[in-house]
Design a protein around this ligand. Structure first.
Ligand code: SF4
Length: 367
């Protein structure tokens, strides 16, 4: 059915640039290599559950380097996944333990609230340690190489975007259904068996749910790429845990400066955090960067972002999104946000496209 509704999801692979830029993701789809998480699960790492967070992070840094070599060997057929000797403690166990400690003084994202979510405390995202799924289905509306995407929508978000299109789940963390790690793995496995090309963790935002998502991988063993669909405001510690697990990144790059981010999403230090995370992530997996063009924000946001991508992540695909419409608070109080209380004009989009072409950015196949 999805082939009829989205024929471009098949024809996209004729595009040489897409094949080259998504070569890791495609190799997993073709069964030529395992997704990273299956190797992480089988890689032995020695650690003690009573080690301090600092010590565990140190062990994790070293293990992450070892993982890169191991994964390279598997890709190059020097060894196979089956040959890996599973011990009583895995790299995945280490990541799971780290996250259990991190949420006790939460620093999953750069708000670094320091609350004990395990004891029920809540920070800026409004979430305690329970993870809730608002919906999960085969998404046919994503970028062509991703369709059908096994999309899992979580509740809660670290951003407070005044134009949020998913405000019903991002601003209401109590919506949806609470899931255990095992139940989350069952949802992901079901999506894969129904034909998902990837498991797409999104929300809201998925970074706040990292502790349960990582633990769920223990109960999953299917050959599906993991996709991280995030606002990229995760902490450097969360990012370090993610880079060994994520096969394809689908980040939002919203603002080209801190002032617009603070005004429209109530986020401090946006540009330094989000650009840092993009830079690290694009070197650790395939990536399609999404940029939603905002009305009146071509010079302050769209152009600086495109320029940054051309300089720091030139190998990525970019989706220049034109579908902005006033939503949420902008729709309710247009007088408060007059500059974005309209759709994007055609000439603004043309200027964004022209500038992307001038920079040599690869955007046409996925926009
Ligand atoms: S995930 Fe981020 S916003 Fe939520 S409590 Fe932790 S640090 Fe705060």
């Amino acid at each position: 059915m999805w082939r009829l509704l989205r024929p471009d999801s098949v024809s996209i692979w004729k595009n040489e640039e897409v094949r080259k830029r998504l070569s890791h993701y495609r190799a997993i789809l073709l069964g030529k290599r395992p997704p990273k998480y299956r190797v992480v699960k089988k890689m032995y790492v020695d650690f003690n559950v009573d080690d301090s967070l600092k010590e565990l992070l140190k062990i994790h840094r070293k293990a992450s380097e070892e993982f890169k070599g191991l994964y390279r060997d598997i890709v190059n057929d020097v060894m196979s996944l089956e040959e890996l000797d599973e011990g009583d403690k895995s790299f995945l166990d280490l990541k799971t333990l780290l996250l259990k400690k991190i949420i006790k003084e939460c620093m999953l994202c750069e708000w670094r609230c320091g609350v004990n979510r395990e004891k029920g405390e809540r920070g800026v995202c409004g979430l305690n340690s329970t993870v809730r799924v608002a919906s999960a289905f085969l998404h046919l509306g994503e970028e062509a190489p991703l369709v059908p995407s096994g999309t899992i929508f979580f509740t809660g978000c670290s951003f407070k975007c005044v134009f949020c299109q998913n405000w019903d789940i991002s601003t209401r963390p109590e919506n949806g259904v609470a899931v255990s790690p095992r139940e989350l793995a069952e949802i992901a496995t079901r999506l894969y068996l129904e034909g998902a090309r990837n498991i797409n963790y999104v929300g809201g935002n998925p970074d706040q749910q990292l502790h349960i998502i990582v633990e769920s991988l223990k109960y999953m063993d299917v050959n599906v790429p993991l996709l991280w669909n995030s606002n990229m405001y995760m902490s450097i510690e969360s990012l370090a845990i993610l880079v060994d697990l994520v096969d394809i990144w689908l980040p939002d790059f919203k603002y080209g400066n801190n002032e617009c981010a603070l005004k429209l999403s109530k986020i401090p230090r946006y540009f330094e955090v989000v650009s840092r995370n993009h830079r690290i992530a694009c070197r650790n997996g395939d990536m399609i960067i999404r940029h939603l063009v905002l009305p009146g924000h071509i010079e302050c946001c769209t152009k600086p972002i495109l320029k940054w991508i051309a300089e720091h992540c030139p190998q990525t695909l970019v989706n220049i999104m034109e579908q902005y419409r006033p939503e949420h608070l902008v729709l309710r109080y247009p007088h408060k946000y007059p500059s974005i209380a309209r759709r994007v004009h055609g000439d603004e989009l043309q200027e964004a496209y022209r500038y992307a072409d001038q920079l040599g950015i690869c955007w046409r196949p996925v926009s």
